[in-house]
Each structure stands twice: as C-alpha cells, then as structure tokens.
Design a protein around this ligand. Structure first.
Ligand code: DC
Length: 229
C-alpha cells in the first residue's frame, strides 16, 4: 500500500476499532489515533474538576481552558499520547465512570468542533489510521479507505467485559449491556455528526472474525483502493 494512505475506521463501542486500528497501523507502518480518547480526556477532566456533564456551556469552557493535547508516537503504549492541559493521561481514560458520561460530552457541537479541527490538522500532517464515530463522514471524508466496523451487541459486551477484567474491574454484565445500548443510542441519534456509515465505506461485521482477519480485509481494501506508484 502506498505510504500516503489515510484509513478511516468508524463503528460503535466494542466493535474492535481501537485494537484493529492499532494492529493495522503497525501492519502498514503508519501512525494511528483513536479519537475516542480525546473525548474521554475531556470527560475525565470534567469528572476530576466536578464540572457537571449536562452543563454544555461549562463543558465548552472546560474544553477551551484545558485543551486536549495529542501526539502520535508509535513507541508509546497506545501508539499516541493524550494530555489534559500539561498532564499526560492513559489507562484512566478507560475507567467505567468515564465511559458512562463520555457520550454526553461528545454530543456537544462546540466540543466536536474543537476535536475535529485538531483531528483534521493531524490528518494533514501525513498518513494515519484514525478510528472514531465520524472519521469517514466528517474528519477525513476524502480518505481512500473508509471502514464501518460493527459487531453484535453480545460480542461487544463480551469484549468490553474482558477488557475491564484485564484492568481488574468487574462490572455486572446486564448493567454493562444497558450502558452500551444507551451509548449506542446517544451516538447514533445525536444531532451533531451521528454515528453512521460514510458514503463509500466498506462494512465489516467483526462478530465472528479475529483481529487478524479484520486487519487482512482492511489491508486488502487499502491495496485495492490506493493507486500504486
Ligand atoms: O470509542 P470510544 O468508546 O472510546 O469513544 C468514546 C465516546 O466518544 C463515545 O461515546 C463516542 C464518542 N466519539 C465520538 O463522538 N466521535 C469520535 N470520533 C470518537 C468518539
């Protein structure tokens, strides 16, 4: 695949975007960013500073006062580094308290504008695999490869439970399932950049596929889409 390619991967929580984006970026030898981490960082900052998530104006003030910094760095544990103001954050972004409120923060148009500007600037810097909810529709609509990754709700719940267990957190399956359904609903039905397949995107259902299978399919799509030089 030509080195100038951009790959957009969108899909709901637990569809495997993060893992697939990371593995694909390694396979292609290009950088990657999971944009959900940026929205999570803002949600974490709101939690820590006691800013009520349902106060849109206060969340927007927070987004301006504590800019979310992003550096793509393949040697870092996630493949990118996220900062809230000057402080680097990592595993705490994936705490369950953050997951329960992040969709509210991500639905605010003013917040999205700030994040999308930064994401577009990153895409202009060079080839990147970017994962999120609006990458193919809004952030990189001209990407030669756009993927809409899905999986059954049951498979997504099972993956998230396994991830949380790895972090030493145990949550109730029924509660987690309800939480994921609610997040899906918010992400799909919000007015600003709802989660939907981008025109020209390739749909991949990862329910019964391994990470390698999904990466193989995207790499093949990339090979076919990007003109050889
Ligand atoms: O992929 P994730 O679960 O880490 O995403 C966290 C939240 O951020 C989720 O509610 C959807 C939202 N999000 C978004 O609205 N747009 C993106 N590009 C990425 C994530």
């Amino acid at each position: 695949m030509a080195a100038f390619a951009h790959v957009a991967i969108d899909g709901p929580a637990g569809s495997g975007k993060t893992t697939v984006a990371r593995a694909l970026s390694r396979r292609l030898g290009i950088l990657h960013l999971d944009t959900g981490a940026m929205y999570r960082a803002l949600a974490l900052a709101a939690l820590e500073l006691g800013v009520p998530v349902d106060d849109e104006a206060a969340i927007l003030r927070l987004a301006r006062a504590k800019p979310i910094g992003v550096v793509l760095d393949e040697r870092s544990p996630d493949g990118f580094r996220i900062r809230i103001g000057e402080r680097e954050v990592g595993a705490e972004l994936y705490r369950n308290e953050v997951s329960t409120i992040v969709s509210v923060v991500a639905a605010y148009p003013g917040v999205r504008e700030i994040m999308v500007d930064r994401q577009r600037a990153i895409a202009r810097e060079g080839p990147v695999v970017m994962a999120g909810r609006d990458i193919g529709t809004v952030v990189m609509p001209d990407a030669p490869v756009k993927i809409f990754l899905t999986a059954s709700l049951e498979a997504r719940v099972a993956r998230r439970l396994a991830e949380l267990a790895q972090q030493g957190t145990s949550v109730d399956r029924v509660e987690l399932r309800a939480q994921m359904e609610e997040r899906d609903h918010l992400d799909i039905h919000r007015a600003a950049s709802p989660l939907q397949p981008a025109p020209g995107s390739i749909a991949i259902d990862s329910t019964d596929l391994s990470v390698d299978d999904v990466v193989d399919r995207i790499a093949a799509a990339a090979d076919a889409a990007v003109p050889k030089r």
